[in-house]
Design a protein. Structure first.
Length: 260
């Protein structure tokens, strides 16, 4: 058998998130720079997070795996239609398409690429320009993750157009970069380090002084992997709101306890 496929319909984690999830592992923060949960939403309307009303096909291709010594190639496709443009009343996307692909070696190194395209109606463009939108919404991400039993490292770089917004919900074009890493210090104790950076392009004057830029350091005491643990994080923030207001640091302490 060279292929294995699965078809799903409804609300589901997107094809885009299959790649950007590499770095969405912080507790209480994170996923701010990849365009996953864009424009103050869960990524449902644009199809990059928890996609709404989506048709998905996930295909596992085995034919080359044994020949070149890698795990089966994963190809993921999705489509939506008529979803609302976030924070713009009575205006919808036309067709939204997403795809992603994963290439995994047998040494637990994965490289992934994802692309999401949301088509607008050009007849609505004059109205959309007042919100910063100048064309179709696109999000492209490249991610790498590498791990063993004692450590994990991942990074995602994203190019976002007409997709992300400022805190005042003005759309812009820019670049995002996320890094997440963890290391087993001793026994059940883990150290966590990483950052999120989202910067509008220099010509995106409508975004004002908005940017997202913070580092995260933390510690985790794990009872059962990512299912049951205690954590403490410090988000050291140098982000700014659209009007230039600096954002302060955030400190979190919590517990995650998934039931059997």
């Amino acid at each position: 058998e060279t292929t294995n496929s699965q078809l799903t319909i409804g609300k589901n984690w997107s094809t885009y998130y299959i790649v950007t999830s590499f770095t969405d592992r912080f507790q209480g923060t994170g996923a701010s720079a990849s365009g996953t949960f864009n424009a103050g939403t869960d990524g449902g309307p644009t199809g990059t997070g928890r996609a709404d009303g989506v048709i998905q096909a996930r295909i596992l291709i085995n034919s080359l795996a044994k020949r070149i010594g890698v795990k089966p190639f994963k190809l993921n496709l999705q489509a939506q239609y008529g979803q609302p443009i976030p924070n713009i009343p009575e205006v919808d996307y036309k067709t939204t398409l997403g795809l992603s692909a994963l290439f995994q070696t047998r040494s637990d190194l994965t490289v992934g690429f994802a692309y999401n395209y949301a088509n607008i109606d050009n007849s609505e463009l004059s109205k959309l320009r007042s919100h910063g939108i100048t064309g179709d919404a696109t999000a492209a991400s490249l991610g790498v993750r590498w791990f063993s039993e004692n450590w994990y490292f991942a990074t995602v770089v994203a190019r976002l157009k007409n997709h992300e917004t400022t805190d005042e919900f003005i759309y812009f074009e820019g670049w995002g970069w996320e890094v997440y890493s963890q290391y087993n210090l001793v026994k059940r104790w883990w150290a966590v380090v990483g950052w999120n950076i989202l910067e509008p392009d220099k010509d995106q004057v409508q975004a004002g002084e908005f940017n997202t830029k913070y580092d995260v350091i933390g510690v985790r005491y794990s009872f059962d992997g990512f299912r049951q643990f205690l954590f403490a994080n410090a988000r050291l923030d140098s982000s700014h709101a659209q009007d230039g207001t600096p954002l302060g640091n955030i400190y979190t302490v919590g517990v995650r306890w998934d039931l059997p």
